[in-house]
Design a protein around this ligand. Structure first.
Ligand SMILES: Cc1cc2nc3c(=O)[nH]c(=O)nc-3n(C[C@H](O)[C@H](O)[C@H](O)COP(=O)(O)OP(=O)(O)OC[C@H]3O[C@@H](n4cnc5c(N)ncnc54)[C@H](O)[C@@H]3O)c2cc1C
Length: 318
């Protein structure tokens, strides 16, 4: 056990943020570390030139479970989220990261900190960067909760000779995302369109600027389907952007393209989940939460984070 029972949470996506909030509110000292520039994880907003912004990861979230629904209702009342894109769908405002940031308010969060190694010491777990630099001022933690995509979690576990049975079963589909700004009229009337044909180039095309709190202009986010993304996974981002612009132009009218860039998500949406709300080993204090547990949704990742916090608190899983 760490000297003061402090809990480390690796990952400030929605799962890590939900776990952190729950544990903090229950009186635990929590430290959250994320390798990204800010919280949110795959609930992300990318800045482009000239003030352009694109939600290039998760597009919206649904809320079916009453606990998440209550949370979304609260976010909506406070302007952290707003309805968009159809019944029971919401987005973060002014960007998709907003709900994670809101959950982490008042909690010790360090961004730009990639955890490379977990080291077991007599007084608990210490965290290091890949080059051995101590993280969190060398503090010892009673528990370390992993909320990164499973492959990154597995690497950290393997590095300290630990395992969380079930985690290795998780599989993700990759996704190439096109972020585009053009000067023409809207390419279609609806805020977004979805294509469930696995052979299609795009699974999802959104008029991103129509989301509340965005600029309303001609920004488009288009997610390539898993098969297309897999087939082009190792290609360069510029070449992929060019191909995706041509593919988009072939199916919707586009004006002059002012900006086009592609982002590769190696671990985008879970294809095979653990099938349990979370993983926790009380004897080591190591645990895992994230969409890898229950499936490819923001809501499921949130519930997984809540479940892991419940295990740490010794309460029944939801
Ligand atoms: C393109 C795309 C479209 C999607 N569309 C939707 C949608 O429309 N609706 C929906 O509900 N879901 C959607 N999803 C899925 C949804 O985004 C995820 O299920 C959810 O956000 C996962 O949250 P998480 O907290 O489990 O993981 P993440 O959001 O991935 O958070 C994990 C965090 O861990 C950090 N991390 C990783 N390794 C380390 C390390 N070594 N040290 C420190 N930090 C680390 C990462 O930086 C990241 O911030 C989409 C995902 C993608 C990629």
């Amino acid at each position: 056990m760490g000297r003061d029972g402090t809990i480390a949470i690796i990952g400030a996506g929605i799962a890590g943020a939900a776990a952190a909030r729950r544990l903090h509110d229950a009186g635990h000292r929590v430290v959250v570390l994320d390798k990204g520039r800010g919280p949110g994880g795959r609930m992300a907003t990318r800045r482009g030139p000239d003030g352009l912004r694109f939600d290039h990861g998760a597009q919206f979230f649904t809320a079916r479970d009453p606990r998440f629904a209550a949370c979304v209702e609260d976010w909506t009342a406070r302007g952290v989220a707003a309805p968009w894109g159809g019944p029971h769908r919401s987005v973060g405002t002014p960007g998709m990261w907003a709900p994670a940031r809101d959950l982490l308010a008042g909690i010790d969060l360090s961004c730009g900190r990639a955890v490379g190694r977990l080291v077991r010491a007599d007084d608990g777990w210490r965290l290091e960067e890949a080059d051995g630099t101590a993280l969190a001022d060398g503090a010892a933690f009673s528990r370390v909760l992993l909320t990164c995509p499973s492959s990154q979690g597995l690497a950290l576990l393997a590095g300290c000779g630990q395992d969380l049975p079930g985690l290795a079963e998780v599989r993700y589909a990759p996704c190439w995302t096109l972020m585009l700004a053009h000067d023409g009229p809207p390419p279609f009337e609806a805020p977004a369109r979805q294509d469930d044909d696995p052979a299609a180039v795009f699974a999802w095309i959104a008029r991103d600027g129509t989301k509340p709190g965005r600029d309303g202009g001609g920004t488009v986010v288009a997610h390539a389907a898993p098969a297309w993304s897999r087939a082009n996974l190792e290609d360069g981002a510029d070449a992929v952007a060019e191909r995706l612009v041509a593919a988009l132009r072939a199916i919707v009218p586009l004006g002059t393209v002012r900006h086009a860039a592609a982002h590769r998500w190696r671990y985008a949406q879970v294809e095979r989940a653990v099938g349990a709300p979370c993983l926790f080993a009380p004897e080591t204090g190591l645990g895992y939460a994230g969409d890898g547990c229950l499936g490819p949704r923001v809501e499921f990742a949130y519930l997984s984070g809540l479940a892991l916090a419940g295990r740490v608190l010794g309460r029944a899983e939801p």
